[in-house]
Ligand binder design. Structure first.
Ligand code: SDX
Length: 431
């Protein structure tokens, strides 16, 4: 935590309160209001946390105005082009890019944790076959605390590290099993001779009846999607994981809470909602109708995959994703995919419309990801599970940063109470 270099003075009624300010390495300065209630008997009010820094962190920085995303200082476009997901996992977890030896050891560790406890197969079988894979993932990840007791003591750094490795390693296996279960196909076990993204593709698409060859270009595209979703500062699901962890809950329960939060269509569920929206639009001719609906205050419809709480410029991940979409669809010979044409025309029409320009609504990470995932053969119900799989390392890295802070306190916000004041109970005869 940086030293305070100056103060802010808050004056109201007959009070004048000096509040320390801290300067970041980059980004907005903060005003420390921790003593505000004790000295001023007032709360600040920020329901959507639009102006609130909930913690200090060294993991990810976002400049919404510039459309910049850094992981431990490295820009996302360079990581997407030059690195790969497990190396980015190492960077997020440990703070530096690994040496060749350290990377090999880390990848071997993760590979050796990809299998699930065999007893967990029964847990899957408790779900209906038409269960949404996100419901299955939320349940199965929460249940991991019942199977991996030896890595739930958050006070033990070694157990924290084992839990981190287990979660990163097992999420592809769990996501693939959730998919296989809902389509009535047998589970496919991970293989130690495949890299992380190839393993995931094989666990999703291989069947016992024939061999499955991973297409290296699809595997690279899959790995890039994992990398682009790995972490994103204090977004809603990461904040959920931090708040759940602040009570001392075990890491599996906290990650399950993050999965549950990510599922919402305003957050990680937007990739599924975006593709369903593009399909509903169906043709370039219908785009004006949907642009008008998105602008209509009386219509709850919003352009899925557009807008962002922080980015008031292009989401840098969307730029990389758009390039990847062109590559994958070209490879698959579906470059004239009608959905992709609708997406490109919709993006163009929206960006030319003053409503979106004035409100600084640009495509976000979810706008193109669904197009790639569908072209790769995933159903829309698997889009958010893939986001959850990718974001697990971000949740875990932020969890680890918070848990290892000796100054950590349980998160307990207050409120602006607008309800009834004290009143006596009224017997039913008098009501
Ligand atoms: C993710 O936080 C993260 O980092 C999240 C994420 C991550 O990696 O973790 O980046 C992943 O969640 C990306 C966002 C995916 N969600 C969607 O694509 C859903 C559609 N987008 C919106 O619901 C919305 O833009 C949000 C939720 C993303 C952001 O909402 P905010 O910041 O609360 O903004 P807002 O709702 O206050 O909107 C500001 C204005 C409003 O108009 P006014 O009331 O000012 O007149 O912009 C309008 C909104 O109506 N608006 C939109 C719009 N998004 C905002 N209008 C039409 N279509 C949209 N998509």
């Amino acid at each position: 935590m940086p030293e305070s270099t100056k103060t802010a003075t808050l004056t109201f009624d007959d009070k004048s309160i000096e509040l320390p300010m801290y300067a970041p390495t980059v980004g907005p300065e903060v005003i420390d209001i921790r003593k505000l209630y004790a000295e001023g008997k007032v709360f600040t009010y920020d329901p959507g946390f639009t102006s609130t820094a909930a913690c200090d962190s060294t993991i990810t920085f976002i400049d919404g105005g510039k459309g910049e995303l850094l992981h431990r200082g490295y820009p996302i476009d360079q990581l997407a082009e030059k690195s790969h997901y497990l190396e980015v996992c190492y960077l997020l977890l440990y703070g530096e890019l690994p040496s060749a030896t350290a990377l090999e050891e880390f990848e071997t560790t993760i590979t050796r944790h990809t299998m699930l406890h065999e007893q967990m197969m029964n847990f899957f079988r408790g779900f209906r076959r038409d269960a949404h894979p996100m419901a299955v993932m939320t349940g199965v990840v929460g249940a991991m605390s019942a199977f991996y007791h030896d890595s739930t003591d958050i006070a033990d750094p070694r157990q924290r590290e084992i839990a981190s490795h287990r979660l990163i390693a097992k999420m592809p296996t769990i996501a693939a099993m959730a998919y296989k279960y809902t389509i009535g196909q047998p589970f496919v076990y991970p293989r130690n001779d495949l890299d992380y993204s190839s393993n995931f593709l094989r666990m999703c698409f291989a069947v016992p009846a024939e061999d499955y060859e991973v297409n290296p270009i699809l595997s690279r595209a899959m790995d890039r999607i994992f990398t682009l979703h790995a972490d994103h500062e204090q977004n809603a699901s990461t904040s959920t994981v931090r708040l759940a962890s602040s009570s001392g809950a075990n890491p599996f329960a906290c990650i399950a809470a993050g999965i549950a939060c990510l599922w919402g269509p305003a957050h990680g569920g937007a990739n599924q909602a975006c593709l369903e929206m593009l399909k509903e639009i169906g043709s370039v001719e219908r785009i004006p109708e949907y642009i008008a609906r998105a602008k209509d205050k009386d219509d709850p419809f919003r352009l899925m995959g557009f807008g962002h709480r922080v980015y008031k410029n292009f989401d840098p991940r969307a730029k990389v994703m758009k390039q990847s979409a062109d590559e994958v669809l070209d490879l698959l010979g579906v470059e004239n995919n009608p959905i992709l044409q609708v997406a490109k025309e919709l993006e163009k029409a929206a960006l030319e419309d003053p409503y979106f320009a004035d409100k600084k609504l640009f495509p976000n990470v979810d706008f193109y990801s669904g197009i790639i995932l569908e072209a790769m053969g995933f159903p829309t119900s698997m889009f958010t599970p893939i986001f959850a799989l990718s974001r697990t390392v971000g949740w875990i890295s932020q969890w680890k940063e918070m848990i290892s802070d000796p100054g950590m306190k349980i998160g307990r916000p207050r409120q602006l109470y607008c309800g009834e004041t004290l009143r006596d109970y009224v017997d039913i005869e008098q009501r």
